[in-house]
Design a protein around this ligand. Structure first.
Ligand SMILES: NC(=O)c1ccc[n+]([C@@H]2O[C@H](COP(=O)([O-])OP(=O)(O)OC[C@H]3O[C@@H](n4cnc5c(N)ncnc54)[C@H](O)[C@@H]3O)[C@@H](O)[C@H]2O)c1
Length: 256
């Protein structure tokens, strides 16, 4: 494996203040990125992710932004324009998950889920693709195995993740000829705390038993295993990969 696939690259990772996004930001920095822009609505998380990268000798800075909010995304674009005037890699990763069947789901929750999971990707792509167009680049969106199958009690989340997969294909259709490759990653279970709202009724032992039963590999993913897939899609190693949904779920959706 090349250790400097992102040398000289400016990288933006949203939702990078915790979990998968933090691991991806860390991976981009470890592979030589010129600057990893750690974007999160949570200032403390974003600062901590950037600090951890710098502590390990990488280059990163935090930007606080709500990616579902147009003016906040505009501020991000202005800051990036002033800081670098270009962008090479965009990883749209921020997300939200809540549990409720359709008949118990409020329209506010549906709208908020789509705002954070899908509208955010439209807003960020619209704002930042112009910074990629002069030299080309790569976009990786975090979808989910939940966007490929039905699951109990997560209609807004699953519909939003399916939307991300096709939004990604649409990006590939529109921007591949401009030298911008768009792909998405579909993680399975990753123990970041993100799934707590749907697991709140279960004990740790029950969650472990469920994972063992559902996932052929018998375990959840580590965040660095998702980061490895994201880094592949964002790198020149994936130079002929576009519009793809890369499933990284330990076999979960292969058997359902
Ligand atoms: N954990 C899993 O099992 C799993 C599985 C499949 C897909 N995913 C997806 O991976 C992505 C990251 O999930 P995670 O597990 O790392 O969760 P996480 O909760 O650890 O991290 C999500 C981050 O997104 C940030 N965020 C939320 N709303 C935001 C907003 N409006 N603007 C900016 N930042 C915002 C949060 O502050 C947090 O730091 C999500 O898109 C999620 O849907 C997670």
């Amino acid at each position: 494996m090349s250790t400097a696939r992102f040398a000289g690259k400016v990288v933006v990772v949203t939702g990078a203040g915790h979990g998968i996004g933090r691991a991806c930001a860390d991976r981009f920095a470890a592979e030589g990125a010129e600057d990893v822009v750690v974007v999160d609505i949570d200032e403390a998380g974003a600062e901590e992710s950037a600090r951890l990268i710098r502590e390990r000798g990488g280059r990163a800075g935090a930007v606080v932004a709500d990616v579902a909010d147009e003016s906040s995304v505009d501020s991000l674009r202005r800051e990036l324009t002033e800081r670098h005037g270009r962008l090479d890699v965009l990883h749209n990763n921020a997300g939200r998950l809540r549990s409720a069947r359709v008949t118990e789901l409020t329209s506010e929750e549906w709208d908020l889920t789509f705002a954070i999971n899908v509208r955010s990707m439209f807003l960020v792509c619209r704002a930042l693709i112009p910074l990629m167009l002069p030299t080309g680049g790569a976009i990786v969106n975090t979808a989910s195995s939940s966007g490929l199958v039905g699951e109990a009690a997560t209609p807004a989340y699953n519909a939003s993740k399916a939307a991300i997969i096709n939004f990604t294909r649409q990006l590939a259709a529109d921007y591949s000829r401009d030298g911008i490759r768009a792909n998405c990653v579909c993680p399975g279970w990753v123990p970041t705390g993100f799934n707590d709202p749907v697991l709140s009724e279960m004990t740790d032992a029950e969650v472990a038993a469920m994972v063992t039963t559902m996932v052929p590999m018998g375990r959840q993913a580590r965040t660095d295993e998702i980061a490895a897939a994201v880094a592949f899609l964002a790198s020149d190693d994936a130079s002929y990969v576009a519009g793809h949904a890369l499933v990284v779920d330990g076999g979960l959706t292969a058997v359902r």
